[in-house]
Design a protein around this ligand. Structure first.
Ligand SMILES: *Cc1c(COP(=O)(O)O)cnc(C)c1O
Length: 400
């Protein structure tokens, strides 16, 4: 069997997942991307420039922080946080956006496009477009634009054109179709930045490689600061990019458990959730084969999560494979559990976490009391929660 860290194969397969399922018109664009990415991922100058950007623009390395008061309160295993919330723009998404924008620049593309649901990936794309002096168009469902107004304004401040998409359900999947259409038409000068480990090959591999800086740093920092590696890695899973970024460098470290936390929304039984790996079945969506939340006829079912970034009916194909091979374990955390963890981190550590990241925290808080005090749980704090305070105040009120 292939070693986990050697995947995907040359066709982009992680076991039976991944691959390239697109219209013929997109093949040329993907082929060009694959060849160029293959060239630059092995290019010392490119990697050096990427590393410099992460340092001077993003603010890496992000520290590992020991949440001592929270750990003492829970009374069990120690909770450590990988502070992706401290990155420029407040989340891990910038690691990938910078990498793809640099690739675009090296490929001689003058224009980038992106699709966005909650607006976080749109903001990261608009940010790097401004940074490198590129034109930027972001496709966004008109329904999402209403729900995420501050992010639409941020993108416009950064100089991006935000195009409302009025087809279908007017949300993320419709925006994605529009972005694909734009790419096919303008491939000559345009680079399409995908925001998570989804889409056709080579995107799941490429996005993972850019996010793997999280796990590589963590490995060094754990050795230096704690003299050993954590017992468990815990990260939330929407498309799965922050989770695979932390997990990937640890895949061959068999003593390190990996736990991906999906959004169980109002509870798995309610049907209103986004727990793809827990409840979905394999199928094809957005150019790759993976687990999907679908009905008997293969129709995608609408998902729900209090956190917009986890509200996606698919998941990266590498996670599908890690689940089937039992290398990683996947669990669900409800809206209410995530909210409780959100408040706990605010009060015990003075850190306002993103609602997405609060899902990972909630699971750590759940298992910590059952574990020995010497055990180390490394939680990926994928983003900061400033963007979520309105959602939180609507859900819990303003009185504590
Ligand atoms: C977008 C987002 C996520 C979910 O995306 P992944 O690809 O699963 O990492 C998680 N946390 C934050 C803060 C996000 O913005």
């Amino acid at each position: 069997m292939a070693r986990a860290c050697d995947l995907p194969d040359i066709h982009g397969h992680f076991g039976s997942y991944g691959g390239v399922f697109v219209a013929e018109t997109l093949f040329t664009a993907l082929e060009e991307l694959l060849i160029q990415y293959d060239r630059y991922r092995n290019d010392a100058d490119f990697q050096m420039e990427y590393a410099n950007e992460l340092k001077s623009y993003v603010g890496r390395p992000s520290p590992i922080y020991h949440a001592k008061r929270l750990s003492a309160h829970l009374g069990g295993a120690q909770i450590l946080l990988k502070r992706e919330d401290l990155n420029h723009t407040g989340a891990h998404k910038i690691n990938n956006a910078i990498g793809q924008a640099l690739l675009a620049k090296n490929m001689g593309k003058s224009r980038i496009i992106a699709e966005t649901g909650a607006g976080q990936h749109g903001v990261a794309s608009a940010t790097v477009a401004a940074r490198y002096g590129m034109e930027c168009t972001v496709y966004m469902g008109s329904e999402d634009m209403k729900r995420q107004e501050p992010n639409v304004y941020r993108m416009r401040l950064l100089g991006a054109t935000v195009v409302p998409v009025d087809s279908g359900s007017k949300t993320l999947k419709d925006a994605l179709n529009e972005a694909m259409r734009d790419w096919v038409t303008n491939v000559e000068n345009t680079f399409y930045i995908i925001g998570t480990v989804a889409g056709p090959h080579p995107y799941p591999m490429m996005v993972r490689d850019f996010q793997a800086i999280i796990g590589r740093e963590a490995k060094l920092q754990m050795q230096e600061e704690y003299g050993r590696q954590p017992d468990k890695l815990i990260a939330c899973v929407g498309g799965g990019s922050n989770a695979i970024g932390l997990f990937f460098p640890y895949l061959e470290d068999k003593n390190v458990d990996m736990i991906g936390v999906e959004a169980a929304g109002l509870g798995i039984e309610s049907g209103k959730h986004a727990a793809t790996l827990l409840t979905g079945k394999p199928g094809v969506l957005h150019g790759n084969r993976t687990y999907l939340i679908q009905d008997e006829d293969g129709q995608i079912i609408e998902t729900h999560s209090i956190s917009a970034g986890l509200d996606y009916p698919g998941v990266g194909p590498e996670h599908a494979w890690l689940k089937d091979t039992n290398r990683a374990q996947y669990v669900g955390v409800t809206d209410d559990e995530a909210l409780a963890a959100f408040h706990m981190l605010c009060r015990y550590e003075g850190i306002i976490p993103a609602l997405e990241s609060s899902h990972a925290l909630a699971y750590a808080a759940k298992i910590s009391p059952t574990l020995d005090k010497e055990k180390l749980l490394l939680v990926n704090l994928s983003g900061r929660g400033d963007k979520d305070i309105d959602t939180v105040s609507q859900a819990t009120g303003t009185i504590f």
